[in-house]
Design a protein around this ligand. Structure first.
Ligand code: IVH
Length: 688
């Protein structure tokens, strides 16, 4: 074995262990930075030695091509559902029935949080993840392996593949952690996209993405709760010990919360405690699953229909309530989007009084057929703004009125436009007071310029009194002028003036986020900042140059280009620069452009990447090209210079042949990068 091969093996082993410590044991033993360094070292070695590629390597979670659709999977053992117990009496009745059938009363119960996500079956062969399937109808599900591979708490290889059964299936629940869900929705709203209603919908939507790269960006997680089946190995005799064994194998099992009880009273107390504490957890639960511990007892009890007799779901009341929708109001967002919301008769939903709930957009209202005057179901989930789930049709009287989106902006009276293909209606007047208010508020927010003390009320006051009209005017606010405002003390005025002055030295990503360009949230702002180094260079970049930034697609590039094509928007940046916001025209750092010392071998060349490669994922290959000055597009045209084709390259390879575009291998691509000499390949189509 060569040194490189040994080091690759060693790094994979180390990273696997650190993943396990972090995701399964929740007890990391190295810092994130050290992990990243090991990860990058492995990536570099693997890129240099494509023949040593391994799909179970920690670097290989993402990067498969989008699939046209999910294949069907037949579950070797059906995935069942659970009967419900809505109170302690029903729980006792369930246990009594089991005791009668077992003809004994001395069995242990295991209590587990019932995770509100999506059931998944993971098949491992020789200790490696071979397949992941959704529950589907219980007998047949969908093959979502490529997406599930991107979930970091799903092991690609088990801790001790030698100790694992040759073939086994585990079952668990994939879910969206609440904190990650909140971040996702914030980002989506910042980008002008509709937020997900709750973590469960977000998890379902993320898992059913045809492009695994989207799933990879979504921070899903798993709790494994059951062994489906195992072949060729002895397995523990009880459920609880099976869970312990699964955790040793490397699966994320919620043992911190799972408890075993000898009595029904213990189990019932556990359920009560969970109901009180469930809001504080980072995952949503809709109950507790109570299971009989001994697996031989489970087998003896068997099933009725699709429900096991050996387990029951002690369900909690939903985080839902019914109330009357008295009116639909419309807010104007910072990009001019008109956001309808429901005004409700106050109602308690899981301990909180709800008076308003979001309705997203007109399509959403139509789809749900929500009318003013309806009784509606309101849901509070994952600590987001409450949602209107839908009307209670049985309670309709006929006096309800359907909602019409206003044709003029409720704030400024300007006409409302609807972007083609988009759900949102928009006020087209950039000077609209409501938009200005949202823009200034967003600019001052912590995620952007972080101007402490410039809160909602003050923004409204400043705009209302025409002391400021837009973002740059903030920098004309002196301590004296602020002190002259109603309800403003000397001290607060001085603090605010200092905070405004301090914001002049915010970073490029902070300014970019603050400008409120459609689709540019924190993550995209970071990518752009790294590439362009200051705001001015970004503002002057064309669509093509923007698209060349790894991670920036055509839609986002077009939105940025359109934003800065607008004279008013350019004027705002100019005035911010004049006011002293430094990073607009700052000297870009030496490494801006993101290319370091890499030779720009691909300058002026257009590539299309297709098929499965050995040393790269597709996004790595695209980044490799872009970092060396090349352009990457999604489809083959006459303008394409090279198609880089891996295994099983499909229609794009055919297109290249038809159009006479040279097809090169991944080795030819790397050789081209190093030598700067374009590979000399016969053009397939030229012979025809
Ligand atoms: S055990 C025979 N344990 O609940 C079914 N299920 O309503 C055994 N679920 O499809 C399921 N957390 O997706 C079990 N700790 C847990 C669970 C759990 C969530 C889900 C699972 C199942 C559904 C049944």
């Amino acid at each position: 074995m060569t040194d490189a091969a040994r080091r690759i093996g060693d790094l994979r082993e180390q990273l696997r262990l650190h993943n396990y410590r972090y995701h399964v044991l929740d007890d990391p033993i190295i810092a994130d930075g050290e992990y990243d360094a090991l990860f990058r070292e492995l990536q570099a070695l693997e890129a240099a030695r494509p023949e040593l590629a391994d799909p179970a390597s920690p670097t290989q979670r993402v990067g498969a091509e989008p699939t046209p659709q999910f294949a069907e999977v037949v579950h070797p053992r059906p995935m069942l559902s659970l009967g419900n117990a809505f109170n302690e009496g029903e729980l006792a009745a369930w246990r009594n029935r089991a005791a009668g059938l077992l003809e004994r009363d001395d069995f242990d119960l295991v209590c587990e949080p019932k995770i509100d996500g999506l059931a998944i079956a993971l098949t491992y062969e020789a200790g490696r993840l071979a397949q992941a399937a959704t529950r589907g109808d219980g007998s047949r599900g969908e093959d979502v392996t490529l997406n599930v591979r991107t979930i970091k708490s799903v092991p690609l290889a088990l801790q001790s593949p030698e100790g694992a059964p040759p073939r086994m299936e585990v079952r668990g629940e994939v879910y969206f952690p609440r904190d990650a869900f909140r971040r996702l929705n914030e980002e989506r709203e910042a980008n002008g996209e509709p937020p997900f209603a709750n973590p469960r919908n977000a998890a379902a939507g993320s898992l059913r993405q045809l492009d695994p790269r989207v799933t990879a960006g979504r921070s899903l997680a798993i709790w494994v709760y059951q062994l489906g089946w195992a072949e060729g190995a002895e397995t523990p005799p009880t459920h609880y010990e099976t869970l312990e064994w699964l955790r040793e194998l490397g699966f994320r099992v919620n043992l911190q919360e799972i408890e075993r009880f000898a009595s029904l009273e213990g189990a019932a107390a556990y359920c009560e405690k969970w109901e009180r504490e469930r809001d504080a957890k980072n995952y949503q639960t809709d109950g507790v699953v109570v299971k009989i511990d001994r697996l031989d007892y489970q087998r003896h009890l068997g099933f009725v229909g699709r429900e096991p007799r050996w387990a029951v779901a002690r369900k909690f009341p939903a985080e839902q309530a019914v109330t009357r929708l008295t009116a639909i109001g419309v807010n104007v967002g910072r990009t001019g989007a008109l956001n309808p919301y429901a005004m409700l008769d106050p109602v308690q939903v899981s301990g909180v009084t709800v008076r308003q709930a979001t309705l997203h957009n007109e399509d959403d209202i139509r789809r749900k057929d929500v009318r003013v005057g309806d009784y509606v179901i309101v849901e509070r989930a994952g600590e987001v703004i409450p949602q209107v789930v839908g009307p209670v049709l049985e309670r309709r009287t006929g006096d309800e009125t359907p909602f019409e989106m206003p044709s003029v902006c409720p704030s400024c009276g300007s006409p409302v436009a609807r972007d083609e293909g988009a759900a949102a209606h928009r006020c087209v007047n950039a000077a609209c007071p409501a938009q200005r208010y949202e823009r200034v508020r967003h600019f001052a927010s912590r995620a952007a310029m972080d101007i402490e003390g410039l809160g909602e009320k003050l923004v409204a006051q400043l705009l209302g009194a025409a002391i400021i009209r837009d973002l740059p005017d903030l920098y004309d606010l002196t301590k004296e002028r602020l002190a002259g405002l109603e309800r403003m003390g000397e001290k607060s005025a001085a603090n605010l003036a200092a905070a405004i002055a301090a914001s002049k030295s915010r970073s490029v990503p902070a300014i970019l986020s603050g400008l409120g360009v459609l689709h540019v949230g924190a993550e995209t702002a970071d990518l752009l900042a790294r590439r362009f180094g200051n705001v001015r260079r970004l503002m002057d970049a064309g669509q093509e140059e923007l698209e060349a930034v790894p991670g920036v697609g055509p839609i986002v590039a077009a939105a940025i280009a359109a934003h800065f094509a607008n004279a008013g928007n350019r004027d705002i940046v100019d005035r911010l620069a004049q006011a002293g916001v430094e990073a607009i025209d700052a000297e870009p750092p030496a490494d801006a452009g993101g290319t370091g010392d890499l030779p720009q071998s691909f300058t002026g060349k257009r590539f299309v990447v297709t098929g499965r490669m050995e040393g790269f994922t597709r996004s790595q290959a695209e980044a490799f090209i872009k970092e060396r000055g090349g352009q990457v597009s999604g489809s083959v045209s006459k303008k394409t210079n090279f198609v880089v084709a891996g295994e099983e390259a499909g229609s794009k390879r055919d297109d290249a042949e038809r159009l006479g575009v040279p097809i090169i291998s991944e080795e030819q691509l790397t050789a081209f990068a190093e030598s700067g000499e374009a590979p000399d390949v016969p053009i397939a189509g030229a012979l025809l």
